[in-house]
Design a protein around this ligand. Sequence first.
Ligand code: CAP
Ligand code: MG
Length: 424
Amino acid sequence: MKYEDFLNLKYKPASNDLIVMFRITPSKEFSVKEAAIRVAAESSNGTWSDLKVPKHIIKLQAKVFDINKDIIKVAYPVELFEKNNMSQILSSIAGNIFGMKAVKGLRIEDVTWPKSIIKSFKGPKFGIKGVQKIFGIKDRPITATVPKPKVGYYPSEHAKIGFEAWMGGVDLLKDDENLSNQSFNKFDKRLKLCMNMREKAEKLTGEKKNYLINITAETKEMIKRLKMVKDYGNEYVMIDILTTGWAAVQTIRDEAGDAGLAIHAHRAFHAAFDRNPLHGLSMKVLCEIARMQGVDQLHIGAMGKLAGSASEVNDNHTKTSTMGNKETNTMLAQEWYDTKPVLSMCSGGLHPGIVHPLLEMFGTSIGLQLGGGIHSHPGGTRKGAIALRQAIDAYKKGVNVTEYAKTHKELDEAIKKWGVKVYK
Ligand code: CAP
Ligand code: MG
């Protein structure tokens, strides 16, 4: 076995090969081709020196089958991977290779996952239709808000903010990604008080309300917290999928599925590896993995305060919310078989004057999360929530927000404060 065995530009991938599209920047002593075969070798079963090996091992070699400037495609025999084991799959295709001296930069742009791997994971229990059914919503986005400042409130203050937001028309109160069970806001206290407020708001508004309480913790502790959420009759849990890790997410998917709870996935930590265009792993691939692992809602970006271009967010949305896509210059083809679509949650610096472009891009079967864009409304949280619902109503009626604001005070105040932004 030698490096050259991992190159075959005439190879046509088998239908059950796993295919990775890499963007590769070779170190100066290597050509793209030399670096590419080293990546294919190290991520499948090669090594740096030549080896005499039995025939059956050769079958597991990955093959570089396409090189186009700095984009290479590698086909991996599916036998290389353990089904239903995302950690092992990523240790192979997204492991040592990022640290190889043969590359100065290496980024996984996309992956085509073969059917046998996709179907080995549970996928979402609810998916888009299931979460819309929880709220009885079909023709408007699901709305969420997170109390700001992101941490510091006592449970009673947190619950009060939740009540105000629910009364103003928000569907989901959400914990921030770094709120869990700190001394100033204990999980069990917060859960109890927010459930009381949820019940009160449901009665007064006649609308279904829910709470995305963040169970992020060590896995056994997360299961304990998930069970507490279930006991209170809430229908969701929230988990920071990247700081907890894929094995933990898979366990929570099993537990949440048994408990009939939907999963809201926060993606904090993603920018550590998806922001550098020349090194790391794209958010598209994280969307694909999260979908296989079975989250029901996932933050995908929104061209607000955080990095991520409209086309990147659009690709993310394609991976969460469609049943498949053809190859483009930024995406590999993917088929999802019967793995449910995941609700794209758009968030990050959003306010009522900025939601229309998102609805124009993605339609109304998405989630909109506004934190500061609700709580910093001049009239306070409840008015901020009302302004968001007014902006959504305007969209559904085909009226632009400036026009609609003339007869809707809360929206008018939001626009006066933050303006109406259209994405460039
Ligand atoms: C938004 C947010 C979300 C980010 C996550 C925050 O608050 O709560 O965590 O949007 O980013 O902490 O910043 P604001 P993404 O609405 O006040 O900005 O959705 O891109 O993963
Ligand atoms: Mg947050």
